[in-house]
Design a protein around this ligand. Structure first.
Ligand code: UDP
Length: 478
């Protein structure tokens, strides 16, 4: 233990989509930047479910992980609260445990910096109080980070005009944000999360630094706008660092374990012949939509792996399903005879699949994704072109960037938010897997993969960013 080695505390909010990128950041800080790292993991389910999935998905051997004892907040919530409200309250209730743990750490150097994700902002005042530096980690694009920074200082009237006129919102130095890609409940005045997100944005710009899971060459203009001399950079107290791509693929291992049946099945398929479909750690669709997806996959005549969860109610285009709650393992919501008819050609996985390993497998040739940023980065990391099927959060922005700007994905039709028909599903799958267009996308995504690798190497932009951030922490220790 050396006195000058900073100790970073990482706080993750519930949900594998939040935990995984934070764990990857922790690994990076430990292995490449000589930090002591402790990760506090907050869960809404029983900690065992999360830790089991975590063990299966990441090599954690070298990390100091503390599971915050699960807190049941259900009696403090209104009926059917939005997921964001549940997560926020759980994070708030975790603070006393975090505080007492931080003040009693004695086997490591005292904590020098706290890094939180977008749901962990409530811990920042406590960190300041304890004399720590504060960092916010956007496990997403520089573009979305820029929208948030801009929003922190934007007059409500501008947001009202955007919502009323439905004209794109100009974000200084960045691609304008189309109304149809806006996170309406967050950015439209009157939206359920508007006031809360505005307060959060103010908290974010007041942090000592902002980290983003992207890299300079992927998003040169948005990254530039957020730097010290950039138009938006002037709104943030600290520096903004692009530190990605931090993806599980970089170090994942099967750790001597047996290959599961899905990977064994993939081993038997020809190169780049299988399309993988998954909607992130908890995404699901309406029953009608799932039916069209099933029949569309069949119609596409492509081999496939499809991760399914019980459908959401009504015609909602997408919703979050808590995988810890189990669900119908018989998958009786799938069309009659579908499993039998597609036997040998397709694999349907209930709830959770080894995604990083599937995307890395040479037999995988395309990915139908909800555009969660971890999934996008895992696809890029393995040079796999995508069908973009965004559901919620900032996923529509991600889909726009992948299809319109980077040319590595095709989008499912935006048919007014209605059910996408089976012919359309088959068409987009074939565009990526079979058509000439797919060949071009594959080439581009492989170029992005190389550019991401370059950013992380010794003289790369992301490595440089984390080295600078470490310097800040070192200076703070003195
Ligand atoms: N994931 C997985 N198996 C699954 C579904 C998801 O390993 O069946 C992982 C996936 O590899 C990714 C994360 O869960 O690392 C999902 O994060 P993402 O940002 O894509 O979406 P979110 O879950 O936040 O919507």
């Amino acid at each position: 233990m050396t006195a000058s080695k900073p100790h970073a505390i990482l706080l993750t909010s519930p949900g594998m989509g939040h935990i995984i990128p934070m764990v990857e950041l922790g690994k990076r800080l430990l292995a490449h930047h000589s930090f002591h790292v402790t990760i506090f993991v907050v869960t809404t389910d029983s900690a065992t479910t999360t830790s089991q999935i975590l063990q299966q998905t990441s090599n954690l051997s070298s990390l100091n992980i503390v599971h915050v004892p699960p807190i049941d907040v259900s009696n403090k919530l209104p009926p059917n609260p939005p997921l964001e409200i549940r997560i926020n309250l759980t994070m708030l209730e975790s603070l006393p445990f975090l505080r007492s743990s931080l003040t009693s750490i004695n086997n490591f150097p005292p904590p020098s910096a706290l890094i939180v994700d977008l749901f962990g902002l409530q811990a920042l005042p406590m960190a300041r109080d304890l004399g720590m530096l504060t960092y916010v980690y956007f496990a997403t694009t520089a573009w979305f980070s820029a929208v948030t920074v801009y929003f922190s200082d934007t007059d409500k009237k501008i947001m009202e005009r955007h919502a009323e006129s439905r004209e794109p919102l100009s974000i200084p130095g960045c691609t304008p944000l189309r109304f149809e890609d806006t996170l309406e409940s967050f950015l439209s005045p009157g939206g359920a999360m508007y006031e809360g997100y505005h307060a959060a944005a103010k908290e974010i710009v007041a942090a000592d630094g902002i980290l983003m899971n992207t890299w300079q060459d992927l998003e040169p203009t948005a990254t530039k706008a957020l730097t010290e001399d950039g138009i938006l950079g002037r709104l943030t107290k600290g520096e903004v660092y692009a530190v990605g791509p931090l993806v599980r693929g970089v170090e994942k291992k099967l750790e001597g374990g047996k290959k599961g049946w899905v990977l064994q099945w993939l081993d038997e398929q020809p190169a780049e012949s299988v399309v993988y479909m998954s909607l992130g750690s908890g995404g699901t669709m309406s029953g009608n939509q799932m039916r069209e997806v099933a029949l569309g996959l069949e119609l596409s005549q492509q081999r496939f792996i499809w991760v399914v969860r019980p459908p959401c109610e009504g015609d909602a285009s997408g919703a979050f399903f808590d995988v810890a709650s189990g669900g119908d393992a018989e998958m009786s919501y799938l069309p009659e005879g579908f499993l039998k008819r597609t036997e040998g050609v397709g694999v349907v996985v209930h709830m959770w699949a080894p995604q990083a390993e599937i995307l890395e497998h040479p037999a995988t040739g395309g990915f139908v994704t909800h555009c969660g940023w971890n999934s996008v980065l895992e696809s890029v990391e393995n040079g796999v072109p995508m069908v973009a099927w965004p559901l919620y959060a900032e996923q529509k922005m991600n889909a726009f960037m992948l299809s319109e700007e980077l040319g590595v994905a095709v989008r499912v039709a935006e048919e007014g938010g209605g059910v996408v028909g089976r012919e359309q599903v088959a068409k987009v799958v074939r565009r990526v897997m079979v058509d000439k267009e797919g060949v071009g996308m594959r080439k581009k995504v492989k170029e992005l993969k190389l550019s991401g690798e370059k950013a992380l190497c010794m003289f790369g932009s992301s490595h440089h960013s984390l080295s600078k951030m470490r310097k800040e922490c070192e200076v703070h220790l003195q």
